[in-house]
Design a protein around this ligand. Structure first.
Ligand code: ZN
Length: 374
């Protein structure tokens, strides 16, 4: 039955199911919370339930309406998201028709990916914000009646990406009563929305997913091996989208880099370490450096766990040999201090500090705490 495609979020599901049962549905909702935790997925299920031809609370998954929702092709569902600005786009133009063939093809491809996986974040090249013309288009649509007597749902995904013009236009729309239209906004940064928009919405907070929920979803939906699923879930920080992105990178290779880095830190020569720092810092964006640091943190945590308690519960169980030889080589390593250094570095990466500086400082601190004389 419906709602199953939403991972976790039981509290929110129960809340929305109660709302559907009561039939008293606010005309604007704001789902807010971290990235990739399923806000759009919840919104789509809610819209599907509102339009299901057989059931009012749990979408039946079988009727023609439910199936059109699966493809995101139901006439009562309008998805609004950031789009590029057309070459000579004027106020009142159709937000999509003004774009080039390539851009339109990219949008269709993004919608296909979103239909296949509601946790996909729609990303169209050069689309930085939700355009005023998209909101104008929405207003025109909202004035027309719904298809097959259902409820028309306007899902404004990443509503925090509306520019000022679009925000003001949406505010006016929310002030007008449209009897069979419903607006659902999703935002990871609620504070970026106009106060006046927020106050007109029913607020629904969505929480980060638990490690167990993410791990189970990876096994069930992506057919990931249990151990890899556990490792990925731990790194995903409550976001299923993060977990899916992590699957796309070669974590085994990245972990090898972590071990290499530790060897260089603890080795006698400075030049190879400086080169390694440069390479890691330039190998990608901040989030990939952060991921690399998390792998380092997990590795050091395992070394500590192995030394104090044994093999049980190790995440890098396939690296047992390396962990053992590390502990034998550095029996007096202050692993707790090393872990603190890594945590500090993670925080600094998030604060826009120059990456090579963060990593060099980390290398110096690690050398000090790990290579204590016997
Ligand atoms: Zn149905």
């Amino acid at each position: 039955m419906g709602w199953n495609r939403v991972i976790g979020q039981q509290r929110v599901k129960d809340l929305l199911r109660r709302t559907l049962m009561s039939g008293k549905i606010a005309h604007a909702h704001l789902l807010y919370g971290g990235e990739g935790i399923g806000k759009d997925a919840i919104a789509i299920e809610f819209a599907r339930a509102l339009n299901c031809l057989k059931s009012t609370v749990d979408p039946c998954d079988e009727c023609s309406s439910c199936r059109k929702f699966d493809l995101l092709q139901h006439p009562n569902l309008k998805l609004i998201f950031p789009l590029p600005v057309g070459k000579s786009e004027k106020s009142g133009d159709d937000p999509v028709e003004v774009l080039s063939q390539d851009q339109i093809a990219a949008i269709h491809e993004q919608l296909r990916l979103k239909a296949a996986n509601p946790y996909h974040r729609i990303a169209v090249p050069k689309a930085n914000f939700i355009k005023i013309n998209s909101v104008r288009d929405l207003r025109r649509d909202a004035a027309m009646s719904a298809f097959e007597g259902g409820r028309k749902v306007f899902l404004i995904s990443n509503a925090d990406a509306m520019n000022a013009e679009a925000s003001n236009s949406l505010l006016k729309t929310l002030e007008e009563p449209f009897s069979d239209s419903l607006f659902i906004l999703t935002a990871s940064q609620k504070e970026l929305l106009l106060e006046t928009i927020v106050s007109r919405c029913q607020l629904i907070r969505c929480d980060p997913l638990s490690e167990v929920e993410i791990r189970q979803a990876l096994v069930d939906r992506q057919h990931v091996e249990t151990e890899q699923a556990a490792l990925t879930a731990r790194l995903a920080r409550g976001s299923y989208r993060n977990a899916l992105e992590l699957l796309a990178v070669d974590m085994v290779a990245q972990r090898q880099e972590v071990v290499q880095f530790l060897r260089l830190v603890l080795g006698p020569q400075k030049i190879p370490l400086a080169e390694d720092v440069e390479r890691i810092a330039s190998s990608g964006d901040r989030s990939s450096v952060e991921r690399w640091l998390k792998l380092l943190e997990m590795w050091l945590r395992d070394a500590l766990l192995l030394r104090e308690h044994g093999e049980k519960g190790l995440l890098n169980i396939d690296h047992l040999k390396e962990l053992r030889s590390f502990n034998q080589g550095f029996p007096r390593a202050d692993l707790a201090a090393a872990l603190e250094s890594v945590e500090r570095s993670v925080a600094l990466v998030g604060k826009n500090i120059y990456l090579p500086l963060v990593l060099t400082t980390l290398a110096v601190e690690l050398k000090r705490s790990l290579s204590l004389p016997p």
